[in-house]
Design a protein around this ligand. Structure first.
Ligand code: NAD
Length: 326
């Protein structure tokens, strides 16, 4: 087995790099998220099993896409990271165990919907919107300020004159996505594969007038930095963001145990289809910021948060879809 490991590792890294490039850089995925996630899990497991074959530039330690060549580059003040994944209750209980080992039993969690869009950073100086950027490779993103200014849910002025950076997910609501694809079909243009690609495609093109027509929206889910003020917990931070004038997601829940967290994930596995926007999971965060600080980060993601990924939706095949091989 050990003899075969380097070959398989090489294969997996190549495949994931290729798929990642299509997904993050070209906004044009060639495999499903579930397929990508399964290969990534295999890679992570093999790397854990055979640490002697670890490689610094493995897709398992990279965050995302490289910036495209034509936007100004922006260095993030603190990196925009990825999230570790959980696929089951067992994974969630393991996460809870790791958390309590590090910071003790006095822990609560905030659960949030994982919006399937594009992560962006918004910088405000004295309460005025100055600059917006994509996540890029996590360290350097693209300056897409002009496009972001066209999103009505992004306030250009805040209720207080604070210096703050916030992070959120820009997305295209399902209704806008469907209307856009109908319009594209009418003029014979290629349709977008899903709302995420449509949102990313709209924000990463150079004409803000086009972005303005795309009916994008945003949910803000984190504070990157905040000068001269402290908030003690994630859920109070979100409350403060709302007071400043940001759009935050109303479905978030502050949970006092991992069992409550699991109940929340089960609820949304059932209800996700009812939302007017797409979600691909639930993000679970240790609520107290002093505990987040204590836990810190790995090279790729915070130790105090995890993304629960929904099981792949069942594909219903109808008779018309089946090509009969007679
Ligand atoms: P991630 O799964 O590591 O999660 C981090 C991202 O979640 C953040 O950057 C942010 O954009 C988003 N997010 C949404 N709501 C959030 C919230 N409330 N709090 C914090 N973050 C929130 O994201 P990633 O690294 O962009 O993507 C990895 C995933 O992308 C893979 O697991 C896979 O499913 C998919 N992917 C698919 C392909 C493909 O070819 N189909 C290729 C690469 C990646």
């Amino acid at each position: 087995m050990e003899q075969q490991a380097p070959k398989r590792l090489e294969e997996l890294r190549k495949l994931l790099e290729e798929y990642g490039h299509h997904y993050y850089v070209l906004d044009n995925p060639v495999v499903s998220d579930a397929e990508y996630d399964a290969l990534m899990q295999e890679l992570i497991q093999l790397e854990e099993q055979y640490p002697q074959f670890f490689s610094e530039d493995s897709p398992s330690v990279r965050v995302g896409g490289e910036p495209l060549p034509f936007f100004e580059k922006v260095e993030h003040r603190s990196p925009m990271l990825s999230l570790g994944n959980a696929f089951s209750d067992v994974d969630l209980r393991d996460f809870d165990r790791r958390v309590r080992q590090l910071v003790g039993d006095n822990v609560t969690y905030t659960c949030e919907l994982k919006i399937d869009g594009l992560a962006v950073s918004l910088v405000y100086e004295k309460g005025k919107f100055k600059r917006g950027a994509t996540r890029g490779d996590g360290t350097v993103g693209e300056d897409i300020t002009a496009n972001l200014k066209t999103i009505p849910a992004i306030p250009l002025r805040l209720k207080e004159q604070v210096n703050i950076e916030v992070r959120g997910e820009a997305f295209m609501p399902k209704g806008s996505f469907e209307a856009l694809n109908v319009a594209k079909e009418k003029v014979g243009e290629e349709k977008f594969a899903n709302p995420r690609n449509a949102a990313a495609g709209s924000l990463r093109q150079l004409d803000p007038k086009l972005a303005a027509k795309r009916n994008l929206s945003i949910f803000i889910y984190a504070i990157g930095y905040l000068e001269e003020k402290e908030v003690p917990s994630h859920h109070e931070g979100i409350h403060y963001l709302k007071e400043l004038g940001f759009r935050v997601n109303k479905e978030s829940r502050h949970c006092s145990s991992i069992e409550e967290v699991i109940a929340y994930t089960e609820e949304w596995v059932q209800k996700r289809g009812e939302l007017p926007y797409e979600i691909d999971g639930i993000v679970i965060k240790v609520d107290r910021l002093d505990q987040q600080k204590e836990m810190g980060f790995t090279a790729k993601s915070p130790r105090w948060a995890i993304a629960f990924k929904f099981p792949a939706e069942e594909v219903v095949t109808t008779l018309e879809d089946i090509e009969l091989n007679i």
